[in-house]
Design a protein around this ligand. Structure first.
Ligand SMILES: *Cc1c(COP(=O)(O)O)cnc(C)c1O
Length: 372
């Protein structure tokens, strides 16, 4: 049995007419740049997440870069973040010569260890950039508390976190991305809300930040050919917005299906001693964007899965402090031992709403046969 790590095709064939109609409507009208479908999706995201503003841009990476620019994560200022994430969470800081300051991760959740943040705060520190990774949010109570105490800006990398919610002090669940100053989502195809190409969104509750973000995506222009800032050419594509609005209609169902699959993995693999299953911390509603396990002899297990035609992925094989592009920061091996250890043992199993119970069963039995 061949099990792909991810495929968009099952969802497309199940809702073909709906997707085709949405795509056709854009092409027939010809309003390709910031067409009405972009505004519609922005409204949909505002409604779903409770964010006051949503601003569609070309990718999650651009959303992070623009937000970092607006928040002043640049020119030697320091931003505290995690080295265990996708490149863009850190390159958005360095793009304008801000300085990322890493703290190690929590062993069980892989999120930045919030108990290590405060010791890194100094006169140069301007922000904290938490990443809500894989299946859960970082501890936003603690992060916001430190940010308020030291007057730091918070940029939530919620690229992977669409639909995740954190129960804050007021007792209300708030969506990933809507708690800090800015939050960003990625619509990369594999993401929980994924398009048929690149796309991203910035969300904020702040009037001034939203105003700037809208200028920044059109070259910093407050009106056509009037440039208040040096901005970007970064718009969410209208076709992608139309596709994403179709997907947004079914997002709760998609999230519920992911949860069911995760439960099947957990039940099936819990007696396998060579494997550590994911744990959640904090009062929050998870979304299983990625289902990770920590596995003994990870690389050999990966080979075994590949031999059996099972897709897998490794997020992330090399933490960012050990990447050549960041060598100038002066970190070395051993600086963040937990991130380094996790990067050697972690492996992500196939999870997407349309995967079947039989396929998940096959993945589990193939893993178990490896350890026998
Ligand atoms: C996917 C992702 C991004 C980047 O999003 P793109 O839309 O691919 O540019 C940023 N941060 C994290 C944690 C991601 O997983």
């Amino acid at each position: 049995m061949k099990v792909s790590f991810y495929t968009s095709q099952r969802e497309y064939s199940a809702k073909k007419d709906e997707f085709n109609t949405a795509i056709q409507a854009v092409i027939e009208k010809g309003n390709f740049i910031l067409g009405e479908q972009v505004a519609q999706l922005e409204q949909g995201i505002q409604q779903y997440t409770g964010a006051k503003y949503a601003i569609g841009v070309a990718s999650g990476t651009d959303a992070l870069t623009i937000a970092s620019d607006i928040l002043g994560f640049k020119d030697g200022k320091e931003v505290i973040t995690s080295p265990f994430t996708f490149l863009a969470s850190t390159s958005c800081i360095t793009k304008h010569k801000g300085r990322p300051v890493f703290v190690d991760i929590d062993e069980e959740t892989f999120a930045m260890d919030v108990n290590k943040i405060e010791e890194k705060v100094n006169q140069q520190t301007v922000g904290i950039l938490p990443i809500h990774l894989f299946d859960q949010m970082a501890d936003m109570d603690k992060i916001m508390e430190i940010a308020e105490k030291h007057q730091l800006k918070v940029l939530e990398d919620a690229a992977e976190a669409f639909g995740m919610r954190w129960k804050g002090k007021g007792g209300l669940y708030r969506h990933a991305g809507t708690i800090g100053d800015f939050g960003v989502f990625s619509f990369f195809p594999t993401k929980t809300l994924g398009g048929y190409g690149d796309g991203g969104m910035m969300v904020t509750n702040d009037d001034e930040l939203a105003r700037k973000a809208k200028f920044f995506r059109v070259h910093g222009a407050s009106k056509k050919y009037h440039y208040d800032y040096i901005g970007y050419n970064s718009r969410l594509d209208t076709l992608q917005a139309a596709i994403l609005s179709v997907k947004l209609k079914y997002i709760d169902d998609a999230i519920a299906k992911r949860e069911k699959i995760a439960k099947q993995y957990i039940e099936n693999l819990s007696d396998c001693e060579a494997i550590t299953l994911p744990k959640v911390k904090g009062d929050q509603k998870q979304v299983y964007y990625v289902f990770n396990i920590l596995a003994e002899s990870r690389d050999q297990l990966a080979e075994h899965l590949a031999k059996n035609e099972i897709g897998y992925s490794i997020y992330y094989p090399r933490p960012l402090h050990l990447q050549p592009c960041f060598s100038y920061l002066g970190y070395r091996k051993g600086d963040f031992p937990i991130a380094e250890r996790v990067s050697e043992n972690i492996i992500a199993l196939p999870i997407y709403p349309e995967i079947t119970a039989d396929e998940v069963e096959f993945v589990c039995s193939t893993i178990k046969s490896f350890y026998k």
